[in-house]
Design a protein around this ligand. Sequence first.
Ligand code: FES
Length: 564
Amino acid sequence: MTDDARGFRRNLTNYGDRAFALYLRRSFAQSTGLSRDLMDRPIVGIAQTASDFNNCHRGVPELVEAVKRGVLAAGGLPLAFPTVSLGEVFLSPTSLLFRNLMSMDTEEMIHAQPMDAVVLVGGCDKTVPAQLMGAASADLPAIQLVTGPMVAMPFRGERLGACTDCRRFWAKYRAGEVSDEGIDTIEGNLATTAGTCAVMGTASTMAALAEALGMSLPNTAAIPAVHADRIRAAEASGARAVAMIGKGPRPSEIITPKSVENALTVLMALGGSTNAIVHLTAIAGRRGIDIPLDSINAISDRTPVLVDLKPTGQYYFADFHAAGGMQALLHELKDLLHLDCMTVTGETLGERLATPPVWVDRAVIRARAEPFDPVGGLVAVFGSLAPRGAILKRSAADPKLFEREGRAVVFESLEDLAARIDDPDLDVTADDFLVLKNAGPLSPSGMPEAGYLPIPKKLAQAGVKDMVRISDARMSGTAYGTVVLHVSPDAASGGNLAFVRNGDRIVLSVKNRRLDLLVDEAELARRRTSWVPPEVPRRGYRRLYNEQILQADQGCDFGFLRGI
Ligand code: FES
């Protein structure tokens, strides 16, 4: 692109007279008080996602100001624009339902407005994937800047951080080990700073994967939200975006089959969130790259878990940064990575990793010779209950439950689960498999993080800590347990999960990567005849969602958004 088509000259509104369109645009831009010098500069858009409904983005205004500083100092004109912002716990029925809406908003605003590069400022679970999906489709030079994690704060002799500790204390409360007053006090001490969830949940995982893909500046993924280095990273992202104008690299040069494989390797080494499989599949899908679920097993089997982070370990994401951060982890994984992948700095990953880290805290980031776990955190299982696959986070599960046959205790929906799970008369034992239906992508609930089914109260009070749980739902990256998720096809689309009944036998074998329903085909066909699919929403975004949503193994993207 020539300089003539940069900045405000770019993407002119169409009145049938280009000169008039530019004249009109500049006239209106004058009303913002910009000097002529600034108006002639190339433009860096800043996708800003501050929202009073998104506590995790509390620091975004400060970051946007720092990005602007970096852009101005490097000779560009920074212009921030709002997009949809998704605050994980403030959205009903679930944030995933709106991820694709945010990605479309991001893509279209990058396309439609006159910008030459963009800095994407996001953080909470769905925002980073949505921004990367939008940027991958728009294919304008783009840098992901994350808000950074919260800092876990001291509380009565331990540190608390959202939100593995939320679940730990809630489980104790359900078991009668914490009082009403106690749980109220703890509520005020779980999430106490700006930033995203403090553990290796979905937000931390996606921040790490954005960097592993090459879409963020080096060693920025885990800088705490409240650290001054986070602001410096924002300023540097703005400056770098200016340098990318007209030269790239573009997302299409960064997000490639090799960089996606690098991201999967990092996901395994982190023991990261199961949600990341869905999001990475969607991001890769925007560039026409498929991630077959069985390829995940191959990567998982050769990649050790190298970090000791909650929810499976003991440290927080901010500790990971202090221990050496992404640069230290990537160094440790060097022989498993494609080092020729391009990154936003214009260097290859290999060039980024040319110098070994000065110091690594081995309590948090282990050496390859002494892994936290010799194999990766996630596995895909297949079988008659999940012909297109399901996911289990083995690093967060109890290995004693890996090779099991159990009796199904079925909940038809989230409402059914809520109504009956604590019923003292529920026919359930610790050896049963809890099965939740109609919580998948095509269900009216839009695949919420409901796969971490609570242990029935009477069993929790008897000391049961884990059971096999199976559903087409997702699970928060901050949760743990022997939980089989993302069963595909989901129940709402008529997958075999829809036909499981109380008392059916199910076999889970992590060793053989199997999940089988021991009901013969003829009986399943008979049950299918009485199946009623869920109602189709009548209008609006929910109708579009219903018509276009793909299954979990395709990243829950919309069919018409995949590909180049
Ligand atoms: Fe926003 Fe966890 S709720 S990152």
